[in-house]
Design a protein around this ligand. Structure first.
Ligand code: 4NP
Length: 150
């Protein structure tokens, strides 16, 4: 089965589009999307500094547009990855009755360094550190899925 993976952060202009962009480069056969739990940036492309930092690593994000997470996403995806624990709680609060779609933190797939959350570079301004963590987590997630999960 073709895997459908959704990446979720708060604004859908920094972390989740970057995660989607990196992951789709690693696993082009997966169906990917990203969304934000908030609606501030709906319709906008990824944040300029994040696009530039990703582009310097060969990851193009300019085709992506922000949208808000909706409870229907539980039915449309096989796995939902949250960028931090607040995103995870906001996603779980919208879970439809009797739905079992897995929702997991993304950073722990970067095995070894104990990160639970992807720090938000919109506030930290550390786009390189954010992309370093996203690249490690995306690679760990790709191995996990290629190992037969889902
Ligand atoms: P993101 O970062 O959740 O990684 O897209 C944010 C970008 C903008 C805002 C919050 C988070 N904002 O409040 O405008």
């Amino acid at each position: 089965m073709r895997k459908r993976i959704l990446f979720v952060c708060l604004g859908n202009i920094c972390r989740s589009p970057a995660a989607e962009g990196v992951f789709r480069g690693l696993v082009p056969e997966a169906e990917t999307d990203s969304a934000g739990t908030a609606r501030y940036h709906v319709g906008k492309p990824p944040y300029g500094p994040m696009q530039a930092a990703a582009r310097a690593r060969g990851v193009e994000l300019s085709d992506l547009r922000a949208r808000q997470f909706q409870s229907d996403d539980f039915l449309r995806f096989d796995l939902i990855l949250a960028m931090d624990s607040e995103n995870l709680a906001d996603i779980e609060a919208q879970r439809p009755r009797d739905n079992n779609t897995p929702v997991q933190l993304f950073a722990p797939f970067a095995a070894g360094d104990g990160d639970q959350d992807v720090p938000d570079p919109y506030y930290t301004r550390d786009f390189e550190g954010c992309l370093d963590l996203i690249e490690r987590a995306a690679s760990g997630l790709a191995s996990h899925l290629q190992g037969g999960a889902l």
